[in-house]
Design a protein around this ligand. Structure first.
Ligand SMILES: [Mg+2]
Length: 346
C-alpha cells in the first residue's frame, strides 16, 4: 500500500463558554483535520484541537500541506516509525518542537487510524492491550466558576460516575485555593481522588509553600506546579513534597521526558498527544516511565485512549463531563470498538 494524498481541513470558532486556568483564557475551538489516502482506497484521519489563538489551526494546516504531507507521498503507511524519523529529519532545521510536533503527531495519528482500518481492528488491539476499560476522572474545576459553580459541576461529575475530580488552582491567593478545594472535597466525599492543577503558574518557593497545603488537604496530585521545562525545579520539589508531582503536557518530544523521569522529577507523567509527537511517542514515553515505576495519566483523552489501554502503568484518562452517548462502567471509559482510532470525540 502507498500513500497517495494528504489533505487538510480547518475550522476555528469562538468557544461558547470560555474556560480559565491560572495562566490563560481558553476561548476558541480550533480544529485541524488531516486525512491520508492510499492507492488501495483506505484512508486514515486525525483531529488536532486548539483551545486558543484563532490562526493556529490554519498555520498547522500550512505546515502539513506544504511540508509534511508532500514528504510522505509514495511511502508505505504501515512504516509508522520510519515516517516519524523522516519527518523529524525534515523539520530539524526549523525546530521539531512547536507546530512541527503538532504536525508530526497529526500524521502519526492518521497513520495509526489507517493501519487499524486496513486490518479492521481498533488501534488498542494492535498495541497489545493491558486492559479493556480506563479509569477516568473529570477535569471540571475551572477558575471562571465561583464556589457554587464548582460545587455544581463536581456533583455532576460524580453523578456521571467519574472516580474523582480535578480542579484548577493558582488563580488567586492560597486562601482562595483552600476554600475552593474544601468546597469540592465536601461534594465528592472523603475517598474520591481530588487533583489540583496550577498550569505552570508558580515559582519554586511558592510551589513548595502551596504544595505543602495541597498535601495537607489530601489532594491526589499537584499538576504543573512549575514552568514545564524546569527539570531541576521539579526534581527539588519532588524531594520536598510527598504529594506526587504531575507534569508533561507542555513538554515537546520524547527526549524532553528522559531526564525528568530518570531524575525523579515527576510522580505522574502526563504527555500530550500533540506536543509529545503522537501515539507512537506517547507509547514510548509511557514505556520509559514504566521502566522507572512512574504512573501514566494522559493529558486529555480522545485518541490517547488507545495508548492508555496498552500501557502497563496507566492510572487515569482525563475527561470533561461525558459526551453524549458515552457511559462509564465502574468509573471507567469503555474502549472504542470500531476499526482504527474511532475515538469518542473524533
Ligand atoms: Mg493540566
Amino acid at each position: 500500500m502507498k500513500i497517495t494524498a494528504v489533505t487538510v481541513e480547518v475550522t476555528s470558532e469562538p468557544k461558547a463558554h470560555p474556560v480559565r486556568d491560572a495562566i490563560q483564557l481558553l476561548d476558541r475551538n480550533g480544529v485541524t483535520r488531516v486525512r491520508i489516502d492510499t492507492d488501495e482506497g483506505i484512508s486514515g484521519v486525525s483531529t488536532t484541537y486548539f483551545g486558543r489563538v484563532e490562526s493556529s489551526p490554519a498555520v498547522l494546516a500550512k505546515i502539513v500541506t506544504d511540508q509534511l504531507g508532500p514528504a510522505i507521498i509514495g511511502e508505505d503507511p504501515a512504516v509508522i516509525r520510519g515516517i516519524r524519523q523522516q519527518l523529524q529529519t525534515l523539520t530539524d532545521y526549523q525546530g521539531t518542537a512547536g507546530l512541527s510536533s503538532y504536525g508530526i503527531s497529526a500524521i502519526d495519528q492518521a497513520l495509526w487510524d489507517l493501519l487499524g482500518k486496513s486490518l479492521d481492528v481498533p488501534v488498542w488491539k494492535l498495541l497489545g492491550a493491558q486492559r479493556t476499560a480506563i479509569p477516568s476522572y473529570a477535569m471540571v474545576g475551572w477558575l471562571e466558576l465561583d464556589v457554587a459553580g464548582l460545587e455544581r459541576v463536581s456533583a455532576r461529575a460524580m453523578e456521571q460516575g467519574f472516580r474523582g475530580v480535578k480542579m484548577k488552582v493558582g488563580g488567586g491567593p492560597l486562601t482562595e485555593d483552600v476554600q475552593r478545594i474544601k468546597a469540592v472535597r465536601n461534594v465528592i466525599g472523603p475517598d474520591a481522588p481530588l487533583m489540583v492543577d496550577a498550569n505552570q503558574a508558580f515559582g519554586y518557593a511558592e510551589a513548595l509553600r502551596r504544595g505543602r497545603v495541597y498535601e495537607e488537604l489530601d489532594c491526589r496530585w499537584f499538576e504543573e506546579p512549575l514552568p514545564a521545562g524546569d527539570t531541576d525545579g521539579h526534581v527539588r520539589l519532588a524531594e520536598k513534597l510527598d504529594i506526587p508531582i504531575a507534569t508533561g503536557e507542555n513538554r515537546y518530544g520524547q527526549a524532553a521526558f528522559r531526564d525528568l523521569i530518570a531524575r525523579g522529577g515527576v510522580g505522574v507523567v502526563q504527555p500530550d498527544l500533540r506536543r509529545a509527537g503522537g501515539l507512537t511517542d506517547c507509547l514510548e514515553i509511557g514505556l520509559m516511565a514504566a521502566g522507572f515505576g512512574v504512573p501514566y495519566a494522559s493529558h486529555g483523552g480522545g485518541a490517547h485512549i488507545h495508548v492508555l489501554a496498552a500501557l502497563p502503568n496507566t492510572i487515569y484518562v482525563e475527561s470533561g463531563l461525558l459526551p453524549a452517548g458515552v457511559q462509564l462502567v465502574d468509573g471507567c471509559y469503555p474502549l472504542p470498538t470500531g476499526p482504527g482510532l474511532s475515538s469518542w470525540d473524533g
